[in-house]
Design a protein around this ligand. Structure first.
Ligand SMILES: *[C@@H]1O[C@H](CO)[C@@H](O)[C@H](O)[C@H]1NC(C)=O
Ligand SMILES: *[C@@H]1O[C@H](CO)[C@@H](O)[C@H](O)[C@H]1NC(C)=O
Ligand SMILES: [Cu+2]
Length: 232
């Protein structure tokens, strides 16, 4: 067991960088891929700084400065797909995972523009009417979900966003940690994913789950931002 003193000095040494994080890899068939191979390298790969403007072009894949290419990895429909976090999800907040199908069939050349994104997974807050609030996504090293069995075969962007809410009580205070991976879904079905949204465009920043004081008074309920999850 760590002593309090060593834990305190660890936190001191780690400093503010430890407070931020990126999502640089995928977990496919239980195996973690190398960083920034199947995930487009984000602008913050060194700084780990978040996006705070939900209307900016970088709110989509946060890669305007890196202009990255990534390799596309095969993932079976109905299987478990994970997205790894470099330092763990440090801040209290929630997670959404969106996907978008490459219309050309080749996700390498797909920029994710248009109303093409649907939500496949979320981790929300747990509330109990105002006595307590907890954040199941906090401290996770990765986020795993089941790829819908009925998702059509084809190539997709997978965009994870972890919304940090520790200083979200003023407009623009919520911090978005995000990245886009490239997957080729195999053995898919004939589902019709939706509702479809544009990113940016899906949020204004005024949503009750984004512009929120999570500390006082303790929120009685929490509304997850974005559309309903499509589970096929
Ligand atoms: C997809 O596009 C990339 C980038 O232009 C290219 O290198 C790759 O060969 C393409 N893949 C297929 C299967 O056409
Ligand atoms: C809680 O529910 C009320 C009533 O539906 C709603 O107006 C409010 O925005 C919700 N609060 C949060 C933080 O989602
Ligand atoms: Cu941080």
């Amino acid at each position: 067991m760590k002593s309090f003193a060593s834990l305190a000095s660890l936190l001191l040494v780690a400093g503010s960088a430890a407070a931020h994080y990126t999502f640089p890899n995928l977990i496919v068939g239980g195996t973690k891929t190398a960083d920034w191979v199947n995930v487009r390298q984000t602008n913050n790969f060194n700084s780990q700084a978040p996006v705070t403007d939900v209307t900016s072009a970088d709110f989509r894949c946060y890669d305007s400065a890196t202009n990255p290419t990534a390799q596309t990895i095969a993932v079976a429909a109905g299987s478990t797909l994970g997205v790894g976090c470099d330092q763990g999800i440090y801040h209290p907040g929630v997670v959404n995972v969106y996907m978008a199908k490459a219309p050309s069939g080749n996700v390498s050349t797909f920029d994710g523009s248009g109303a093409v994104w649907f939500k496949v997974y979320q981790i929300s807050a747990v509330t109990d009417g105002g006595t307590s609030i907890s954040w199941p996504a906090q401290n996770l090293d990765s986020v795993s979900f089941t790829v819908p069995k009925n998702l059509p075969t084809g190539q997709y962007l997978v965009r994870l966003e972890a919304i940090a809410l520790h200083v979200a009580s003023t407009f623009g205070g919520a911090q978005f940690y995000l990245s886009c991976g490239q997957v080729s879904i195999t053995g898919g079905g004939s589902g019709t994913p939706g509702p479809l949204v544009s990113i940016p465009g899906v949020y204004t920043g005024n949503e009750p789950g984004i512009l929120i004081n999570i500390n006082y008074p303790i929120p009685a309920n929490y509304t997850q931002p974005g559309p309903a999850v499509w589970s096929g």
